[in-house]
Design a binder for this molecule. Structure first.
Ligand SMILES: [Ca+2]
Length: 197
């Protein structure tokens, strides 16, 4: 899925309702090839109770992940990379830990105690390539994606390191139990295009 120049609030894919069951843990994985145009890249946002129930935003110097509108700042793993990379994020509400895996390997973990016992509620808006300031809208051209996204899937559990490594090395990704990449190709807007492999 290609998110082109020029950046625009018209370019996105959206699913609503996006998530069928409440989640106390999840894994979110995708392949991304972004354009190093000095802008930040909003990969995915989920809005249900608030406007950033889940978010993944890659800046030139760091990446921010949101769960329940709480931040996890990843500063020691370089993700502002214009080659294809495979990223996985896992979160669970027992320890309030989010783990980042890059290209099949564990890279970094961040704890945010405020996400302990948080439950991600079903039914909201899942948007690729835009940040939501309202439910399914309120987009900002400065918070968009310029690049390519593939095989974005979400599971209702914390995947193991070996499961994640297999996604990267086999390039064959099992269907996400919560979000399945194949549905998004029919949910694009604007100038987002889908390239079949
Ligand atoms: Ca915003």
């Amino acid at each position: 899925m290609v998110f082109p120049e020029l950046r625009s609030t018209e370019n996105y894919a959206m699913k609503n309702p996006a998530i069928a069951s409440d989640l106390g843990q999840f894994s979110l994985c995708f392949f991304i090839k972004l354009v190093q145009d000095q802008g930040d890249h909003m990969v995915v946002t989920y809005a249900r109770d608030q406007h950033s129930d889940v978010g993944v935003e890659i800046y030139p110097t760091e990446a921010n992940v949101y769960v329940g509108s709480k931040w996890f700042r990843f500063t020691s793993t370089y993700l502002y990379d214009d080659t294809w990379q495979h990223l996985c994020l896992t979160w669970e509400n027992t320890q309030g830990v989010t783990k980042l895996y890059k290209d099949g390997q564990f890279a970094e973990q961040v704890t945010n105690d405020a996400t302990k016992n948080y439950v991600l509620k079903a039914g909201g808006f899942l948007v690729l390539g835009q940040e939501q300031d309202s439910f399914g809208g309120g987009f900002d051209v400065k918070q968009t994606l310029h690049g390519q996204l593939a095989s974005l899937n979400m599971w209702d559990k914390v995947l193991s390191e070996s499961d994640i490594a297999a996604q990267y090395t086999n390039c064959s990704v099992p269907r996400g139990s919560v979000l399945n990449w194949s549905v998004f190709k029919n949910l694009t807007h604007g100038n987002v295009t889908v390239e079949e492999p």
